[in-house]
Design a protein around this ligand. Structure first.
Ligand SMILES: NC(=O)c1ccc[n+]([C@@H]2O[C@H](COP(=O)([O-])OP(=O)(O)OC[C@H]3O[C@@H](n4cnc5c(N)ncnc54)[C@H](OP(=O)(O)O)[C@@H]3O)[C@@H](O)[C@H]2O)c1
Length: 223
């Protein structure tokens, strides 16, 4: 794995932070992003960069850095995401816009900008949620969040079709993890480190491109 570069968005806390540390332990070079550009990880193979998925200028500047340096990515983990309406019963305009700006528009235009910097055979992972599964949905809450992850799953399928034979692509559910994504996530079943471990195992495997994977059950998820 030495000399492989993994790019992890949203690495300042939660699942992304744990993933960045795990990849470093496994000998990867890691670029992690946060809006501030500050990430509390000190390691010679780690670089923190600023990226705000809601700002097209930020995406452009980020991509320019990869162009200028001629960097090639072996694994892209689109992990950054928000859930301001998690647990709420009805959609609300501001949180709806924020959710779609980050989880959908930001993910799409960031990926479109950066994908040309992936090495042939690279892996591209979108961190989704089983809350975005249409088939499994029995709830009525978290309207924007659920819809945004369903949209991200569709984008994953589109990418799979477009890059068949070039990249190995998947969308995944990382488990219910104790992070700061919603008001009270303290009952989550996994620590960020446990989730990162499950994600790492999956991404390291020779998975079938185009799948929606649940790392919690270690099996394919219904769409
Ligand atoms: N926790 C769970 O139980 C759970 C379950 C299913 C799916 N997920 C998914 O897992 C992923 C990680 O979630 P988490 O629970 O680890 O959340 P988290 O602890 O809140 O971390 C979210 C990360 O996203 C970054 N971020 C937020 N807004 C951003 C923006 N506008 N542009 C770029 N980056 C931004 C944050 O960085 P800064 O704020 O520093 O910029 C932070 O590093 C998300 O996609 C989430 O939907 C989580």
């Amino acid at each position: 794995m030495k000399n492989q570069l993994v790019l992890i968005t949203g690495a300042s806390q939660g699942i992304g932070h744990a993933l960045a540390q795990l990849y470093l332990q496994n000998g990867f070079h890691v670029i992690g992003t946060s809006r501030s550009g500050k990430i509390d990880i000190s390691h010679p193979a780690f670089e923190a960069m600023s990226l705000d998925l809601t700002q097209m200028d930020s995406i452009k500047e980020f991509e320019q850095y990869f162009s200028n340096k001629g960097l090639k990515i072996d694994q892209l983990i689109n992990n950054a995401g928000i859930g301001p309406d998690l647990g709420f019963s009805f959609p609300e305009e501001n949180s709806f816009d924020q959710t779609f700006d980050v989880n959908v528009k930001g993910q799409v235009f960031f990926t479109e900008a950066i994908i040309k910097h992936l090495n042939k055979g690279a892996k591209l992972i979108n961190v989704s949620s089983k809350m975005g599964s249409i088939e499994q949905c029995v709830g009525t809450d978290s309207v924007a969040y659920r819809m945004s992850k369903a949209a991200l799953n569709m984008y994953t399928k589109i990418l799979t079709n477009r890059y068949a034979g070039q990249y190995q692509i998947a969308t995944l559910h990382p488990g219910w993890v104790r992070t700061n994504i919603s008001g009270d996530n303290s009952k989550g079943r996994y620590s960020p480190e446990e989730s990162a471990n499950m994600i790492y195992q999956f991404v390291s495997s020779n998975f079938k491109t185009g799948i929606f994977w649940n790392v919690e059950t270690d099996s394919e998820s219904e769409w």
